[in-house]
Design a protein around this ligand. Structure first.
Ligand code: GLV
Ligand code: GLV
Length: 327
């Protein structure tokens, strides 16, 4: 019997054709718009050999039990895999594939977009135009100039370094790039970036970009105590995962007048409720987790996820497998 692959959402057209042309697998798809409801996911996963999922699908023991013993590979169409319980996969010797590399440029682009938009108060400006509040005062809508400023990158991985590279021309030769992370990154020297302690980064940066993965060490790394130490006009941008910021603390800090402006592509929960307190601040720009949302990037991500799942069900090594560290 051909191995069965569950696809939890239709892929961009070229990728969809690619997976449908794989003749040695039986494909089942959730073909409705939007994320697959949990109940459907549990039901459709039954007996499958491979799953292509999105970051909206929690892969936990309940799902893996529902899928049953045939499941060999989970392939997420995302670089991040904090929605996947690695321990549960490891226990069952199930492989995990993800999509690093191909979304680096798109996410770095959107990080820069948020930095610029936050620094120059774009949301407030658009709102002023739309509500007839445009005035010509010299000191109205003053934003932050980048020249000579310090950019702090949390997580100088692929996305972090691509972001640093893009921001370098904005700060100029007298600007500084600093970064925080677990290890020294060889790429840092070519970027002119210096590794610093976390405390130094949050105190000295004019612009902070969160580009690290969400894990036990980075969960709520940004909380009230941290916001208190930041420059009063700091620009804080998160394009990684919402859970890295303790969001209640962010709202509290903002309502107490801390922080300059904030740009978020990721938050808790996603989608954010339209009446969330975060949205009442003019100086917070929230966009709907669209870091990788270009046709080119989404197609490359989907193609990589397809390669991962097909390799997994065929018993081959995944082109982009997540290393399953043992505890
Ligand atoms: C997007 O957030 C991803 O992890 O790919
Ligand atoms: C993710 O792709 C990263 O390494 O930043």
């Amino acid at each position: 019997m051909a191995p069965k692959v569950l696809l939890t959402q239709l892929l961009p057209p070229d990728s969809q054709k690619l997976i449908e042309s794989a003749k040695d697998v039986e494909l089942v798809c959730w073909d409705k718009t939007g994320a697959i409801p949990r109940e459907k996911f549990l039901e459709m996963a039954k007996g499958v050999d491979g799953i292509i999922c999105m970051l909206t699908e929690k892969i936990d023991s309940e799902l893996l039990n529902a899928a049953g013993p045939n499941l060999k590979v989970v392939s997420t169409v995302s670089v991040g895999y904090d929605h996947v319980d690695l321990n549960e996969l490891r226990k069952r010797s199930i492989l995990l594939g993800h999509t690093p590399g191909v979304l680096t440029d798109a996410v770095a682009d959107i990080t820069v977009l948020l930095v610029l938009a936050a620094a120059r108060r774009i949301r407030e400006g658009i709102r002023a135009v739309e509500s007839g509040k445009w005035t010509w005062s010299q000191t109205w809508m003053l934003g932050v100039q980048f020249t000579n400023k310090t950019v702090g990158i949390v997580g100088l991985g692929r996305i972090g370094s691509a972001t640093a590279l893009r921001l370098k021309p904005f700060i100029g030769d007298n600007g500084k790039i600093i970064y925080f992370g677990r290890v020294e990154k060889p790429i840092a020297s070519s970027l002119g970036a210096t590794k610093v302690e976390f405390d130094t980064l949050i105190r000295e940066s004019d612009v902070i970009c969160i580009c690290c993965e969400l894990n036990e060490e980075t969960k709520e790394l940004f909380n009230y105590e941290v916001f208190k130490k930041m420059k009063s006009n700091v620009i804080l941008v998160n394009t990684a995962r919402g859970g890295i910021i303790r969001q209640d603390d962010l709202c509290r800090a903002l309502s107490e007048g801390m922080l300059g402006s904030v740009g978020l592509d990721v938050m808790t929960p996603e989608p954010l409720n339209s009446n969330d307190p975060l949205l009442k601040f003019d100086r917070v720009i929230v966009i709907p987790h669209i870091g990788s949302a270009t046709l080119e990037t989404r197609t490359l991500m989907a193609n990589l996820a397809i390669e991962n799942v097909l390799s997994g069900v065929r018993g081959e090594t995944l082109p982009h497998g997540v290393k399953m560290k043992s505890n």
